[in-house]
Design a binder for this molecule. Structure first.
Ligand SMILES: [Zn+2]
Ligand SMILES: [Zn+2]
Length: 181
């Protein structure tokens, strides 16, 4: 995810360059890595280089309903300004912004997208991931994964029927009370 941007740093402010991103990044730190692909536009600003674009990747996630592990696709809308640590022409050290959390272009004029992509991916990962929109989840009594078909427990169905009945009874009761008023 590294690119040499010395040419763009020498170009006038407002110059752009497109860069195709394709590679593997270790996003969560515990798997073999996630494929990342897409295209970014690099824009020369007065302070450095603004990177903008949409990248696609997939991270391993645990479904919050059925607890199965699945590949969760993510779209990352990257927009980050990178600041060079030295002047590309004179080689003089440049002062960096006051605010923390910025990214830098190193003394060899290499801009590395890895850390930004990792951070964007961690933010984009859903809090309650679902392996699919209509995941059926696990049976509350036997723990069977209901995506693989129904289990032999029938309690759940009976329970819901009873609760429908009691809701109806309650509604009737309330209606009667209101009618008496
Ligand atoms: Zn699921
Ligand atoms: Zn069951």
């Amino acid at each position: 995810m590294q690119m040499n941007v010395s040419q763009l740093l020498k170009a006038p402010i407002g110059s752009t360059r497109n860069h195709e991103v394709s590679g593997t990044i270790d996003i969560s730190g515990d798997d073999a890595g996630s494929e990342v692909y897409g295209e970014v536009e690099l824009l020369r600003t007065n302070r450095g280089i603004l990177v903008k674009g949409t990248l696609h990747t997939e991270v391993q996630a645990t479904c919050s309903r059925c607890l199965s592990l699945f590949g969760c696709p993510l779209s990352l809308n990257i927009e980050e300004e990178y600041f060079p640590v030295i002047d590309v022409v004179s080689g003089v050290s440049l002062s960096l912004p006051e605010e923390p959390g910025y990214f830098t272009i190193d003394e060899y004029h290499v801009l590395d997208l890895t850390e930004a992509i990792r951070q964007y991916a961690l933010l984009a990962k859903p809090m309650k991931p679902l392996c699919r929109e209509d995941c059926a989840g696990l049976c509350p009594s036997c723990g069977h994964n209901l995506n693989q078909g129904p289990c032999s427990c029938s309690t759940q169905e009976t329970d819901s029927r009873w609760s429908e009945l009691s809701k109806l009874a309650l509604a009737n009761h309330v209606n009667k009370l209101e009618g008496n008023r």
